[in-house]
Design a protein around this ligand. Structure first.
Ligand code: SIN
Length: 495
């Protein structure tokens, strides 16, 4: 690869650029390679090894070999390694952010924020792993003693998405490792470089060979790798973040081996603003919940439901904020919204906007592809006059488009909000304490943000209901996913 062919950022530590798979503690090349591109420019970044079914099997074997000694270490020892890894992420934040922005597109400031978010999972589970408590259960038989122990589930597999190339890895891997499991990761084919740099830092932190493995793969090989891990009886848990469609396929593939599963799937978050909301706070929350990561988060506000009495003032104020958002390549100073990930993402965003405009909505701000900026830029957009029949009101857009629907009553808002097969996150703004409790109870979602557009944090359980999946990541709930419950019942105590 010549200098002219690549647009790789200059790193302080060039050895963070890894292009092979991490298998059994070694960097190993696969039978073929695939190209990684910069979404902001379309330029080629690197050719990364594409793992295949054989490598996927070898990884399971290495993870099985590493398991007994890893699970027998004390939680404190495992925690120290996780803390050291977190420290290295923080120390190398600039390089990690550069790699992330290059292959994912998000603005550098957001990428730095993600490094910190990713490190926070390692830090949190380094401590929480020490609190895997059992129970003593009094027996109804005086001759018996009974305990409940928690033990690591074993070898785990994680399939991670491109929208948060670093944090979605540590959010899965940190609790698994803290629990005493070994983990194999298949990062998204769009963003393997951040994942591999993260793995390099894990090695430097001292994670033993085989405890963590990372297998990049192109789209076709990803299917083969997934099939091996889903079918393998040695893999006891699969964690997946991605679309509901792919989640269903993986779940079916895991059924014969009855694996434990954590599925963080699609979303279609309602963002409801009631007449009694604090207007400034609601506008700020909408900007955060909608335009962060160019609208490419599973918990993005996908539709804004605004009560009639505040509708015009809210739209006016939000339009000013959206029009002022700076769209451009993530490496440019001051940019707040970057490109979407690829051509098919751009086509979906455009199709949603075109559909809404054709059915009578108006683009109050934006609405256009910005080919002059690069191949996958779409303007931060605010659509008004949206109705429940439009695609953007029904499907996940995954782009920087905020459709506004008007409603009159709380009952209407609730019905609109719950009329979705998805149930990941919902947001609403109100200062009426009765409504706050009523709505938070009635919304069929795994996470509800009240008077805030930001709800993610290492100590909180992240996850959905309905077709958004099941299982939780973050908090002590996230650790539960990687622990089995064992009953120990001892008889003849008085013999
Ligand atoms: C996601 O989009 O799945 C992650 C978003 C977050 O953690 O805030």
């Amino acid at each position: 690869m010549s200098e002219a062919d690549t647009a790789l950022p200059a790193l302080h530590d060039a050895s963070l650029l890894r292009v092979d798979a991490l298998l059994g503690g070694e960097w190993v090349s696969g039978p073929s390679r695939f190209a990684v591109h910069n979404p902001a420019t379309g330029t080629h970044l690197a050719d990364v090894t594409s793992g295949d079914a054989d490598q996927a099997r070898l990884m399971v074997e290495a993870a099985e070999r590493a398991l007994p000694s890893w699970r027998s270490r004390s939680a404190r020892e495992r925690g120290l390694l996780l803390s050291r890894w977190a420290q290295l992420l923080r120390q190398n934040a600039d390089d990690l952010a550069q790699l992330m922005t290059a292959e994912q597109g998000k603005p550098l400031a957001e990428a730095r924020g993600e490094v910190s978010y990713a490190a926070s999972f390692l830090e949190w589970y380094a401590e929480e792993g020490k609190r895997v408590y059992g129970e003593t259960i009094p027996s109804s038989d005086g001759n018996k003693r009974q305990w409940v122990w928690r033990q690591p589930v074993g070898v785990c597999a994680a399939i991670t998405p491109w929208n948060f190339p670093l944090a979605m890895i540590t959010r899965k891997v940190a609790p698994a490792l803290a629990a005493g499991c070994t983990v194999m990761v298949k990062p998204a084919e769009q963003t393997p470089l951040t994942a591999l740099a993260c793995a390099e830092l894990a090695l430097r932190a001292g994670l033993p060979a085989g405890v963590l493995a990372v297998l990049p793969a192109n789209a076709d090989d990803s299917i083969a790798v997934g099939q091996v891990w889903c079918a393998h009886p040695g893999v006891r848990h699969l964690s997946f973040t991605g679309s509901t469609e792919v989640g269903r396929i993986l779940m079916a593939q895991c059924a014969p081996t009855l694996k434990r599963l954590s599925m963080e799937l699609g979303g279609h978050a309602p963002f409801i603003v009631f007449d009694d909301a604090d207007l400034d706070s609601a506008v700020e929350g909408a900007v955060q919940a909608k335009y962060r990561n160019s609208g490419q988060t599973c918990i993005s506000a996908n539709r804004l439901l605004v009560q009639a009495g505040i509708h015009d003032a809210f739209v006016e104020r939000l339009a000013e904020r959206v029009a002022a958002l700076h769209l451009g390549p993530g490496t440019q100073a001051g940019v707040q919204v970057g490109p979407v990930i690829d051509a098919s993402a751009l086509a979906k965003v455009k199709a949603h906007v075109d559909d809404a405009l054709a059915l009578g909505a108006t683009a109050r701000v934006g609405g256009q592809v910005r080919g002059d900026l690069g191949p996958t830029f779409f303007e931060p957009t605010l659509l008004v006059g949206v109705t429940p029949k439009m695609r953007c009101a029904v499907e996940e857009t995954f782009g920087p488009v905020a459709p506004v629907l008007r409603f009159d009553t709380e009952a209407q808002a609730l019905a609109l909000a719950n009329a979705s097969e998805y149930g990941l996150a919902a947001y609403f703004y109100s200062r009426d304490i009765g409504r706050v409790i009523r709505l938070a109870e009635a919304l069929e979602y795994g996470m509800v943000g009240v008077n805030t557009g930001l709800i993610s944090s290492a100590e909180l359980p992240f996850g959905g209901v309905k077709q958004s999946g099941f299982g939780r990541e973050g908090g002590h709930h996230g650790l539960e996913e990687y622990l089995d419950t064992k009953l120990v019942c001892v008889g003849d105590v008085n013999a």
